[in-house]
Design a protein around this ligand. Structure first.
Ligand SMILES: N[C@@H](CCC(=O)N[C@@H](CS)C(=O)NCC(=O)O)C(=O)O
Length: 210
């Protein structure tokens, strides 16, 4: 099997961290996003959506979407669990992961892709018709980012990890979101001390370097 991966991008990093936590190694094929290789015909034949990551199985079937790829590996190798091993933890992790994706990651993508010159006419990642930037969406993304980080900070004030007592897929999702936002200069507000402490713990795990 082969994992189509890309340097610096958050969604492939989410899979790399997950695999590192599991101790799984997979052959990787690097896709050069700066050269728009994800939009080239050979890559579109693998993932017509024009996005990374994608996992090509030995059968030739391709699984797209970082969360789906991680779920596939969790089913192949359940331990150590990152999606939960009992109904309550599974619900907690799913709940936080979806919130991080829809309120945090989406906020960062809105704020960045609708404002930065290098995303001109590419308001969403991957292969789309020309998608003009909408400045109001960038403004809305900033409001969402502020509200999301404030809510997450409050939640983390009394907790070590986001969803359960153990590091989980929700923590991985938040780590890649916050690092991606920071790399694009969408900073964590100063007042978010609990997130800052959590970020230090999450970043100290060897998997964070993946
Ligand atoms: N929901 C998808 C998002 C995939 C995605 O947005 N990938 C980005 C990199 S993080 C990409 O391929 N961008 C290509 C582009 O900007 O054209 C997932 O989780 O895999």
């Amino acid at each position: 099997m082969k994992l189509y991966d890309a340097a610096w991008a958050p969604s492939p990093r989410r899979v790399r961290i997950f695999l590192a936590e599991k101790g799984i190694t997979v052959e990787r094929v690097m896709v050069d996003l700066r050269a728009d290789e994800q939009l080239s015909d050979p890559y579109l034949a693998i993932n017509p959506r024009g996005a990374v990551p994608a996992l090509e199985l030995d059968s030739g079937e391709v699984i797209c979407e970082s969360a789906a790829i991680c779920r596939y590996f969790e089913a192949l190798q359940p331990a150590p669990t990152l999606f939960g091993d009992n109904p309550l933890d599974i619900g907690r992790i799913e709940s936080w992961t979806r919130r991080i994706e829809s309120d945090g990651y989406a906020a960062a993508v809105y704020a960045l892709r609708n404002a930065r010159e290098n995303f001109k006419d590419r308001g969403a990642p991957g292969k789309w018709p020309t998608m003009p930037q909408i400045p109001e969406l960038a403004a809305r993304g900033m409001i969402m980012w502020e509200a999301f980080t404030e809510a997450l900070d409050r939640h983390l004030a009394t907790r070590e990890w986001i969803a359960t007592d153990a590091y989980s897929f929700a923590d991985i999702s938040a780590l890649v979101t916050i690092d991606f936002a920071r790399a694009a200069k969408l900073m964590l507000p100063e007042r978010c001390h609990a997130i800052a402490r959590w970020h230090e713990r999450a970043s100290a795990r060897p998997s964070a370097a993946a």
